[in-house]
Each structure stands twice: as C-alpha cells, then as structure tokens.
Design a protein. Structure first.
Lengths: 459, 315
C-alpha cells in the first residue's frame, strides 16, 4: 500500500516536472532567449567591429609643425609611418599582462589589422609669424593638423615660470576623428622627445633600449615545489566565468520558476492542480522540472566554454575534479535559488510584489560578484574564507575559490562548505516548502517577511 | 446499509481568529447527489477544500471513499470555484495532463478526451490553445478536467456560475448522467433553485456550522408550506390589504408579476381555512397553497441575508 502511494506520488511529480520542462525548453521564448540571443549578441559585437573597420577612412594629408629649431618635424615624420604606428600599438598592447594568453590568438596583431592606411607628410615651419595663415588652412581642411611647439619645450627641464609643465598646441579640424588625433598627438610628442635627446647629444635608440622595462616571467611555486606559469586569465577571468555560468543558469531557471508560479496563481490553475497533487508534490515537480531546464543551460554554455578553452589551447586549466565540484556546487546553488524563487512566487500575486521579497536575498547573492576580484586573487584570504560560509552565497563563492588555480584550497574547507551548504539547503527547502504550502492558496495583500516567518511556523 | 463516500467528524478550521468551520459532522451517502448550500462565506468552500485535502482541519477527521483524503485523490474529481487553465496549453494536451496527474494510463487517452469533447460539443477545440476559447468553452474544458478520470466522487463548486442558459442546461444534463451512472456528487451553490432541481440531499452550512442535513423529501415534509397565493379576478393590488385582514394571515404582499397576493399564514392556522375564507371574500381566479421551496427553507433557517440572485461568491 505504502509502495503504491509512493509510486503514484512519484508519477505525479514526474508529470509536473516534465510539463514544466517541456513548456519552458520547447518554446520560442527559451530557444530565442537561451540559444538565439547569445548568438545574436556575439554576432552583433562582431558586426559592430566589422562596421567600425569599414568606417575607417585612410589618413592622408599634411601635418605642419611650427618649431623654431626645425628638428621636431623630422622625428615626427619617423613616428608617423604606417609601420611605426602599428609597432607602437603592438608594443602598448603587449605590455598589458592581462592580454597575454588571451584566447583566440594575438590581440596586438588583430588590433593593428584594424588600423587605417596612413600617408602623412610632415612639414616643418620655423617662421612663427605664419601661424594665422596655417590656422586658416586647418580651418578649410587643407591641413590634417598644425602643431605649435614652443622652443622651451625642447629643454631638458621644460617648465614655465610657475613651475608647470610646458605644453605644445595641436590644432585639428573639428571633424578630425579622435583616433587620428591620438596618433598625431603621440607621434608629435615622441618627435619632441627625440629632438630633446638629440639636443643633449645622446643617441635616442640606445637611450630607449636602456630605459625599456624588462618583461617578467612569473613562476608560481606551490608548497609541494611544483612550478607553473603565471596566468592572469586563469587567476581571475576563469573563476569569474565559472561563477557567472553558475549564476546565469540557476537564476534563469529560478526566474522561470518564479514567473510560472505567479502565473499559476493568477490564472487560478493552482487550485485545479492542488486537487490532483499535494503542495509538496507540486513543489517537487516544479523544482525537478526547472532543475532539468537549468542543467540543459549549464550543459550547453559549459560545453561551449570548455570547447573555447580547448580551442585556445587552455583546456588544461579545467580539471575533471574541478568539473565534478562545479556540478556539486551547481546542485547546491540551484537548490538555494529555486526554493527561494518558488516560495516567493507562491506568496505573491505579481512580479512587482516578488521583487520586494527577493531583494534582500539577492543582495547576499550579489556578494560573489562584488567580491570577485579579491576572492579570485586570494582564494585563501579572509574575505574569501568568510564569504564562502554565508548561505546562500556558499556555492558561488566556492566556485570562485576552487577554480582560481593559483592557490590550492584546503580540503577541509571544501568538505565543510559542502556539509554546511547542504545543511542550509535542507533549511531552505524545509522553510520554502512551508511557505509554498500556505502561499499557493493565499490571495490579496502580499506577506511581509515577518508574515512569511509566521507561515513557516503555522504550516 | 448505506456507506458514506465522505465522512467528517468534529472538523474545525480556523484562519487566524476566524473560525471558518466549526465542528462539522457530515456523512455524504454513496451514490447521492448532495447540495452544499449556504450564504457567501459560510464555510462551504473551506469544507470542500478539506475534503480534497487541499487544506487540513485543525481538529477532527476527514475520511473520503474509505481512506484518508490524500490517498483517495485519484478517485475524486474536483471543479473548484476559482477555476483556471494553463492559457498557452492546447485543450487536448491540458486534458491529457490532468488525466495523467489523476493516474490515467497514457494509452487510450486521446480517444477518451475526444469523446468528452464531443459530449460537450467542443470537438473543434482540441487543438486550440485554452486562451483562444470563450469563457463558456473554458468552463466546459474545466468540467471535463474534473471528470476525465472517471472518478467515484465528484465535487463541483458553483459549476454553473458564469454559464449561459444553454451551457448551464448541458452541464446540468451531464451532472444528472454522472449521478445516474452511480457517481457520488457533491454540488456546492448558493443558488437555491439549482440545488432544488438537481439534488436529492441538502446540507446547509451557515457561519461554519451545519444547520441542515436532510433529503429533499425530508425537507418538504419538515417545512410545511405556509404561503397561500391568491389571484383575484380584478387583479387589483388593493385586494392584497383586504386579504391580509383575514383571520390567521400574518402578512399579505402583492406580487405584480403574478397579479396575485401572497399570504403568509400563522404557524397554528390550517391553510385550508384561509383558502376557503379568501374564496368567500372576493371573486378569485386561482388560489393555491405554494410548495415550500429551498429558498423558503433557507430564509427560515439563515435569515433574510441570503442573496436571491445568481451572483457568485465564496462559500
């Protein structure tokens, strides 16, 4: 008899779960929101890049440098060749350590490919009285720009009477693109520096070589003595990626759970359902159904992410153990978020009312996002350790910690977070089920948090 | 010996300080068509929800079909007062979903759903989304959802509310058919003539207490007719006051629709003597002793607060 009751209860739970799954996943909304939308977003970003590239017009014309010494123009011209502009950009990008090991190839190479073609003549004018005539030429567009370099700027210590740094003036037409102005600014400034160096009789190339900051090769050494390359991506971006994956998949299905529960209440279908199933069976069916929805999203985006890492030859950043832990924390995160959303959905009449009840918990769940950098940089630091024991943020913070590959998390902390986290999952499910049981039949004024606690006690 | 489909013993239900149901004892005989009547807020829907184990009593016991209510869920059909459908689900899919929840095997479900849709003249609706149906059509789909699994006990909470006369007659016919097929039916309403027309047994609930539980025959026997309707040949409303002055008449009221005076007879007076006196007083076209209606019984037991029109409300 007990077996038969149990079997029919399981049948009802599965019937509800399957309906929720089918009516969420096989819908235009889900296909568009979860599949098409990300593709459209990536395509959109790519298209914007393409459009920007198409809009780049060749830079051709004359830049006049008014400089009494007559030396700056020549050095500026050296800096304004297409090869030199490209090299400059590459050097700048290469110096950014975060862009080392960036997936998808050489960022510097890709960035310089989008540079416009450059054909700029630099003309030197030593007669300062021609300023007005040349300004007029800038105004009518026959000059790309006019640089006015004060003679004092070529001194080693170029300060005015008040001790402020001296400046040179660059006059460009209003329509001049900021990107072009930037190239001109930088080239003229480097031309001025070269002219200064020449004036004191030093060789610029040797001096530059002497002043160049050496590149660093950071090697991380574990307590066991193993050495590994420093990888900024692995240290910060990968944990963020994993955590956001967990966040996005659990919250997307949690949102579905919230809205469908509210819809069932407002369309009065709830009592029809409760004539066939108990509130607990309904809750379990809904949680199971949306767990499957969430798992589909996790599988889909997770597989895409791992494929991306493998394509970028960074597959070794993700270990099978890490993936297993990620799955366990996913179950925990889903249980926290979904129980919360289902109980809130059962207690309110519309989304607006739900917002005020969900906000306090959302603030706690925002914690891992706000503390992403300190946690992933120091996964064993006090911020990381304390925040990883605050429910319901536990799984999100722990995913940040265990995927930050630069430090090993103590095993006891991982085990404790699982025991502590799942104990809290039990509390959430217990309380959530009680709220759900009372809430689904309630109409009218939404409950306050105090009334929710009363429901937990009375159910 | 008659067995009970529903058995309630000393059932209490409180919501905060409000006592919605106060110590109700109830036996609904197997195969009966029992009407739950009572004013709005009397406790009818709360009692039904406890029978359905949607909510649980604070005190007392509820037995349904010889078992506890939860394990009997698949054997009960329920049409709640606040009805709803999944708006985007197709009719066929919704009915199959409800039937599956009620333990029906998937095999043969299409045929069963189609047969019911044909019975309620909705054959074209099976592929439509629920939101595309008119309100009346949606109510018929909801009715099917409550009986699709061929339940032994059917509970209908205000099944006619919002239905046009044609559809109300159709549902009325279906309820009779189910009753004739041996199903036990509990039918909640606050519209007396519907209950009188359909039910063989009445349970009257007021302020959370059962104040009447009897068969229609017992009710007619227990509540003597006390109204004599006299239609004077003159059709003159002024005749009402002359008739009201007859010995044993407590009150006389002119009914303009029937062109007749309705005389309320004192409890210890024989209505026949009043009828004879009326005939002697003036030329009469018709005179009759009006049959006691459930409305009269209700007013006598509950008071004048009873809504007389077909407005819907919570029980």
């Amino acid at each position: 008899m007990a077996d038969r009751v149990h079997a029919s209860s399981m049948r009802r739970i599965w019937t509800i779960a399957f309906r929720e799954f089918r009516h969420t996943v096989i819908t235009k909304g889900f296909i568009f929101g979860a599949l098409v939308m990300p593709v459209v977003m990536f395509a959109g970003i790519a298209a914007i890049g393409l459009l920007i590239g198409m809009q780049v017009t060749p830079v051709a014309g004359t830049l006049v440098v008014i400089d009494e010494s007559g030396t700056v123009a020549g050095f500026t011209a050296e800096e304004l060749t297409p090869e030199q502009v490209a090299k400059d950009m590459q050097d700048t990008l290469k110096r950014n350590s975060a862009l080392k090991n960036w997936p998808g190839g050489d960022v510097a190479q890709q960035a310089t490919a989008s540079l416009p073609s450059i054909d700029v003549q630099v003309e030197s004018v030593q007669d300062v009285t021609r300023v007005d005539e040349l300004r007029a030429k800038v105004q009518d567009g026959s000059l790309l720009g006019l640089a006015i370099v004060p003679p004092e700027l070529l001194n080693a210590n170029s300060k005015d009477a008040e001790g402020n740094d001296l400046t040179y003036t660059l006059i460009v037409p209003t329509r001049s693109a900021p990107r072009l102005t930037g190239i001109l600014e930088k080239s003229i400034a480097k031309g001025i520096v070269k002219a200064r160096v020449q004036r004191v009789g030093t060789d610029y190339t040797s001096l530059k070589a002497l002043l160049a900051l050496p590149e660093t090769s950071v090697r991380r050494m574990s307590v066991e003595g193993a050495e590994a390359d420093e990888n900024v991506l692995a240290k910060t971006l990968l944990p963020m990626g994993f955590m956001m994956l967990l966040w996005a998949t659990t919250f997307a299905s949690g949102q579905y759970l919230l809205t469908t529960t509210i819809e069932e209440k407002s369309s009065k279908v709830m009592e029809v359902l409760l004539s066939a199933v108990s509130p607990m069976e309904l809750l379990c069916g809904k949680l199971l159904g949306y767990a499957m929805v969430s798992a589909v999203m996790l599988g889909m985006y997770g597989a895409l992410g791992i494929a991306g890492l493998i394509a970028a030859a960074m597959g070794d950043l993700v270990s099978p153990g890490m993936l297993i832990l990620m799955l366990v924390y996913f179950v925990m995160a889903y249980a926290f978020v979904s129980t919360m959303m289902a109980s809130v959905g059962s207690a309110v009449n519309d989304l607006r009312e739900a917002q005020s009840l969900v906000t306090p918990a959302m603030l706690i769940l925002m914690l891992p996002i706000m503390l992403w950098l300190p946690i992933s940089e120091q996964p064993n630091g006090w911020i990381a350790t304390i925040s990883s024991f605050i429910p319901p943020a536990i799984p999100f913070v722990m995913v940040l910690r265990v995927t930050a590959s630069n430090e090993q998390i103590d095993t006891w902390q991982v085990v404790f977070s699982l025991v502590w986290g799942f104990a809290w999952v039990g509390v959430f499910i217990w309380g959530g089920a009680k709220i759900f049981r009372v809430g689904v039949l309630m109409q009218g004024k939404p409950p306050s948090p105090r009334e929710l606690l009363k429901w937990i006690r009375m159910a | 010996m008659t067995t009970s489909a529903v058995n309630l013993r000393a059932v209490w239900k409180r919501f905060g300080k409000t006592e919605a149901v106060r110590g109700i004892d109830l036996d609904v005989p197997d195969g009966s068509l029992t009407g739950f009547i009572g004013p709005n807020g009397a406790g009818k829907s709360t009692t039904i929800r406890m029978i359905m184990s949607i909510i649980y009593p604070d005190e007392g016991s509820v037995q349904v079909l010889g078992a506890d209510a939860i394990s009997a869920k698949d054997r009960i059909g329920y049409l709640p007062e606040e009805r709803g459908l999944y708006r985007r689900m197709r009719v066929m899919e919704f009915l199959k979903f409800m039937a599956t929840l009620k333990g029906m095997p998937a095999a043969g479900l299409d045929g069963r759903v189609n047969a019911w849709l044909e019975r309620v003249q909705l054959t074209d609706a099976s592929k439509k989304r629920c939101q595309e149906l008119s309100k009346g059509q949606q109510q018929k789909v909801q009715f099917i959802a409550s009986v699709i699994h061929d339940p032994e006990l059917i509970i209908l909470d205000e099944p006619f509310s919002g239905l046009d006369p044609v559809n109300a007659r159709l549902i009325n016919r279906l309820i009779r058919d189910l009753h004739e097929a041996g199903r036990t039916i509990i039918f909640s309403t606050h519209v007396m003539h519907q209950a009188e027309q359909l039910c063989d047994r009445i349970v009257l609930i007021n302020r959370g207490e059962k104040i009447l539980d009897a068969s229609m025959t017992e009710i007619h026997a227990r509540f003597d007719p006390r109204t004599v309707q006299v239609e004077p040949s003159s059709h003159n409303p002024a005749d009402a006051s002359r008739l009201g002055a007859l010995p044993g008449v407590e009150r006389a009221q002119w009914n303009p629709e029937r062109h007749a005076a309705e005389l309320t007879i004192a409890r210890d007076i024989d209505p026949q003597s009043v009828m004879r006196a009326a005939i002697a007083l003036m030329p009469i076209r018709t005179v009759e002793l009006r049959k006691t209606t459930l409305d009269d019984v209700f007013v006598e037991l509950v008071g004048e607060a009873m809504p007389s029109s077909e407005e819907s409300g919570n029980g």
